[in-house]
Design a protein around this ligand. Structure first.
Ligand code: SF4
Length: 343
């Protein structure tokens, strides 16, 4: 019997190690509402079927174009509609991006993510980003970009340049979504995810907790993610960083255990995906970060900045890894089956 055939039963719920995409909303709700320690046990069990429980995948994120975004995502300091005082800049020169990627690799990152504050790139805006993807790939890092909505044909061009991952978060539930963003729809986002998948690029897709959504919304978000077929390979779970000047600057802080519960449920629902502890980590104690990792998170952003918000220092992360006996997950072996389009 392979690990993926294994199954455990907790309070009548069958929890398997094999990824499945036919979860019902009721099943997700029942899982989410288990007593926390039962849920943590299930998450640890599932995690160990697919991953080294002491290894964490490390990505570095660079904002290659910052601010002046026409969208109105209520949590984001980069929207042109909010007065947040961030430093904006146009697309970075290629040389600076290459140097940042080289530094990230030397520090131990295996994936380099590049974010640009577009509604979605126009074709002429995509050109220099394709060059960045090629350069970062040539350094020996996995590549990821987050550029907003993609038009027809753009995902294929990114795939040809060697892009490994495209990040496009759903952010929250479909029902709560219009309270957070009005300039693009939930369906628009799903369409971009479909284009990315159809082009053969891996999907990085998750959400943000603490936007004022209810538990039902969190359950619904997880249900949508866990029924994408196949699951996103990376699932970032962010906790809102309340930025002065954004409409959510005074949002109520989400209970830490609710955050841990969401991570654990994501781990059980998407057993073979990397679940990433993303924005919000600077507001977590080291004990809280350890609890998130115990709940099945096995990826994090490594580096002192996350687009425009702070992230723990690499020295703090190194010290935490040492105290917990964690190691960085090594770079995956190159998938030669994709090399025809990836180089
Ligand atoms: S989250 Fe992205 S799309 Fe939304 S305002 Fe910020 S940069 Fe623009």
């Amino acid at each position: 019997m392979s690990p993926a055939d294994n199954e455990i039963r907790i309070r009548g719920l069958a929890i398997g190690a094999r990824p499945r995409t036919d979860w019902t909303l009721d099943e997700v709700k029942a899982l989410f509402e288990l007593p926390l320690f039962d849920l943590l046990y299930a998450a640890q069990w599932v995690h160990r079927q697919h991953f080294d429980p002491n290894a964490v995948q490390c990505s570095t994120l660079l904002s290659i174009k910052t601010g002046a975004c026409p969208e109105d995502c209520a949590y984001c300091p980069q929207s042109i509609r909010f007065d947040t005082g961030i430093e904006t800049h146009d697309l970075m020169p290629l040389d600076e991006v290459r140097k940042a990627a080289e530094r990230a690799k030397a520090a131990g990152a295996t994936r380099f993510c590049m974010g640009a504050s577009y509604r979605g790139p126009k074709d002429w805006q995509l050109e220099p980003i394709l060059e960045m993807v090629r350069e970062v790939k040539a350094i020996g890092l996995e590549t990821c970009v987050t550029l907003g909505l993609l038009r027809e044909g753009q995902a294929e061009r990114l795939a040809e340049a060697g892009l490994d991952y495209y990040n496009h978060n759903l952010d929250t539930s479909e029902a709560f979504y219009p309270k957070i963003i009005t300039t693009r729809t939930f369906a628009d986002r799903l369409e971009t995810l479909r284009r990315v998948r159809a082009a053969g690029i891996k999907v990085c897709c998750g959400g943000i907790l603490g936007l004022g959504e209810s538990r039902e919304d969190r359950i619904s978000l997880l249900h949508v993610l866990a029924t994408l077929d196949p699951h996103p390979e990376s699932v970032p779970i962010n906790r809102l960083v309340r930025i002065p000047g954004t409409p959510l600057e005074n949002a109520t802080e989400l209970d830490s255990f609710e955050f841990v519960r969401t991570i654990a449920a994501a781990r059980v629902l998407m057993p073979a995906s990397h679940v990433r502890l993303s924005a919000g980590r600077t507001e977590f104690s080291e004990e809280m970060q350890a609890l998130c990792l115990l709940a099945g998170a096995n990826s994090m952003f490594y580096g002192e900045k996350l687009l425009t918000t702070a992230n723990p220092s690499t020295a703090d992360d190194d010290a935490l890894f040492a105290r917990l006996g964690l190691v960085r997950e090594s770079a995956p072996v190159r998938d030669e089956s994709r090399s025809a389009v990836a180089t």
